[in-house]
Design a protein around this ligand. Structure first.
Ligand SMILES: [Zn+2]
Ligand SMILES: [Zn+2]
Length: 266
């Protein structure tokens, strides 16, 4: 394997049934249930193991009315990864579903955009509407990691390791970043919440939780530019990701899938 080619996995850890209208700014004419899936992502390769986002735990699932389908730590173990061995965590943004499980990765260094930390600790959080997707405990835990010397800040585009780069997108959260990974099928983009569902970036629609609509729409251009094709973009919350890609191992169907092999065409 060349020194910058990686394997990538999507790990589905939680689920939430909701109406389609909740997933789109200005609603949706279809009165159907359109669930969200919750994922973290794992990148493995010559530079080691990189976890993208940390998910939330059972207590947060209960507080927010979500259902854990398998705790993040259990799925990592199923991939042969001991959580306390993880050395690098890329945090796409500080929403509660992306940065919980604070104590599960005691050795990890956290990669975060400058602007996301400024946003989550600044004057915007005075507004109840803006802080809905944030949890004070999550933000405080990240501040503590700053003071423990465990956060590496990035500003815009940055290389985490050969073949792995982060790119600030903003829009949905002010300092949101996506992750581009070189794989054997080309450059895959883990969009995270730069596009919750396939329909967001494919149809130019916008998720209602949004700091800046214009930046969300520009973000779709960014992820399309960074990915080798539309088939190389992995949205952050689309349940069909777990169905379109093959299982990482026998018995993990629909739970942990490989993103470094081509998806089944839709
Ligand atoms: Zn988010
Ligand atoms: Zn999210």
């Amino acid at each position: 394997m060349s020194s910058d080619v990686h394997e990538v996995f999507a790990v589905r850890y939680a689920h939430h049934d909701r109406h389609a209208s909740e997933n789109f700014l200005f609603g949706d004419p279809h009165d159907i249930i359109q669930p969200l899936a919750y994922f973290v992502w794992v990148i493995t390769g010559p530079s080691g193991t990189f976890l993208v986002d940390t998910g939330f735990d059972l207590a947060m699932a209960e507080k927010r009315g979500r259902t854990i389908v398998r705790p993040v730590a259990d799925s990592l173990k199923a991939l042969g990864i001991a959580p306390d061995s993880v050395e690098d965590v890329i945090v796409t943004h500080l929403h509660y579903d992306h940065c919980g499980n604070h104590e599960v990765f005691p050795r990890a260094r956290y990669h975060l955009q400058d602007e996301e930390m400024a946003y989550a600790t600044g004057r915007c959080m005075c507004h109840p509407l803006v802080r809905i997707p944030f949890e004070a405990d999550d933000v405080v835990a990240m501040v503590r990691k700053v003071f423990a010397g465990r956060v590496e800040f990035h500003d815009g585009e940055s290389q985490i390791a050969p073949g792995i780069t982060v790119h600030k997108v903003g829009g949905h959260s002010k300092g949101l970043q996506c992750v581009r990974v070189k794989t054997k099928r080309g450059h895959v983009v883990l969009a995270s919440d730069a596009s919750h569902l396939y329909s967001h970036f494919e149809e130019g629609r916008v998720f209602p939780v949004t700091y800046n609509v214009g930046d969300v729409l520009e973000g779709y251009r960014t992820i399309k530019r960074l990915a080798d094709s539309m088939q190389h973009i992995v949205p952050g919350h689309d349940p069909s990701v777990a169905e379109r890609y093959p299982a990482a191992r026998a018995g993990l169907d629909g739970m942990i899938v490989r993103l470094d092999v081509a998806p089944v065409p839709r």
